[in-house]
Design a protein around this ligand. Structure first.
Ligand code: MLT
Length: 391
């Protein structure tokens, strides 16, 4: 028996698991200290009323013979696909039900989608980047190349004559830097992918934080993207589903490689390895997309962006250089002292505040640090007070 030795090429532990272990070790040694967690982007606002009521109703249905649902459709229920189609229509994007695959979250889809691509594809990821893009490719033995995302290019790399990739990951608004591509930036990648027969994997998990009308929510707002891009979305940050679990992947019908529709491969993969998201959760997700649900979750987005403003104000007061926190729930700043893991330790031990070291997102993340705006107002204010006092 041989193990998958590519796993040995990974770092020992997943970034957020390492951060959690370090916090737990500190807490075990300092039981009287309360650590404020602004590291992993986990939400704190409860589910909105519309989602809760829809799920309560769905649970009651499940308890009746007439309303009971067993295995659901492989791509998700029509009612959620239709709610998503309406959501996209607001950005001027038309989707077919057949293109929408409901899932248990964007993280799973980001990893699982690789099943439909050969191992010898050249994979390009921005650096710094959400570590799941890199780790899932390493697990499959794929070679990963990096596109430098730096302060000089606004953390938004573009293709150039040297770019040589079959699969390109893009995340906008970006995790971890908070940078957002405009339509021209996305168009440059779409043109590249079409010219090269490459495929873009577009992570739209943070699209709900885009409020400036000139900035796109979806890559399909760019002409030609339906021929080259797969988009992955999530209800986690949008609607507080980090624990409830629901996301989706869009694979356009036009997207073919080697004469094969990628949508057909993805359906084959999902119907073989995945039995769908529960009826109850899909009812909750659809309710989030209703008029009332949208009104309720927008209040949560505004709440988180107030946290971002609190963090931005504190960093300005300290004279610390930062980006993000405007169309994104992440604030990305230059470590005022030391490398990013050393700064993590200092902030934890001096201020009892946990963030995420930039080095955990890639080589170019060294020297930077990420804070999430998904905490409570009280914790965010207290964290920044402690931060200022300690540093
Ligand atoms: C993050 O903190 O980057 C995200 O919450 C992690 C995730 O979505 O898996």
């Amino acid at each position: 028996m041989n193990i998958n030795r590519h796993y040995l090429d990974l770092q020992d532990s997943y970034l957020f698991a390492t951060v959690a272990e370090k916090i737990a070790a500190y807490e075990a040694q300092n039981p009287d200290q309360r650590v404020i967690r602004l590291g992993i982007g986990d939400v704190t606002r409860p589910l909105c009323r519309a989602a809760v009521e829809a799920m309560e109703q769905a649970v009651r249905e499940q308890g009746t013979a007439a309303g009971f649902h067993g295995y659901g459709p492989y791509q998700g229920y029509d009612f959620l696909q239709d709610a998503l189609r309406q959501h996209y229509a607001a950005f001027g994007v038309t989707l077919e039900r057949d293109e929408i695959f409901v899932s248990d979250g964007a993280k799973s889809d980001v990893g699982n989608i690789l099943d439909i691509f050969a191992a010898d594809n050249r994979v390009l990821v921005p650096d710094p980047v959400y570590p799941v893009y890199v780790d899932t490719n390493i697990m499959a033995g794929r070679r990963v190349f990096y596109a430098d995302a730096t302060a000089e290019n606004g953390f938004l790399p573009l293709p150039d004559e040297k770019t040589d990739a079959d699969i390109v990951y893009l995340c906008s608004p970006n995790n971890p830097t908070g940078a957002v591509y405009d339509r021209a930036g996305l168009k440059a990648w779409v043109d590249y992918a079409r010219a090269r027969d490459a495929v873009i994997l577009f992570d739209a998990a943070y699209e709900c934080f885009v409020t400036r009308p000139e900035l796109p929510h979806s890559i399909y707002e760019v002409e030609g993207a339906r021929e080259c891009a797969i988009e992955i979305g999530s209800f986690s940050k949008t609607a507080g589903f980090t624990g409830t679990r629901c996301g989706y992947t869009v694979v356009p019908l036009e997207l073919k490689r080697g004469g094969v529709r990628l949508r057909d491969l993805w359906l084959r993969r999902q119907s073989t390895k995945f039995n769908g998201v529960s009826y109850v959760v899909q009812r909750g997700a659809a309710a989030v997309l209703s008029g009332e649900g949208q009104r309720q979750i927008r209040a949560d987005h505004a709440y988180y962006m107030e946290n971002a403003a609190i963090m931005a104000d504190a960093l300005r007061e300290m004279g610390v250089w930062f980006v993000g926190g405007e169309q994104s729930p992440y604030v990305w700043f230059r470590c005022p002292e030391g490398d990013s893991w050393a700064f993590f330790d200092r902030l934890l031990t001096r201020a009892q505040v946990a963030g995420t070291p930039g080095a955990g997102f890639g080589r170019n993340g060294e020297g930077y640090f990420r804070l999430t705006a998904f905490g409570t107002h009280e914790d965010t204010q207290e964290a920044m007070r402690r931060f200022i006092k300690a540093l």
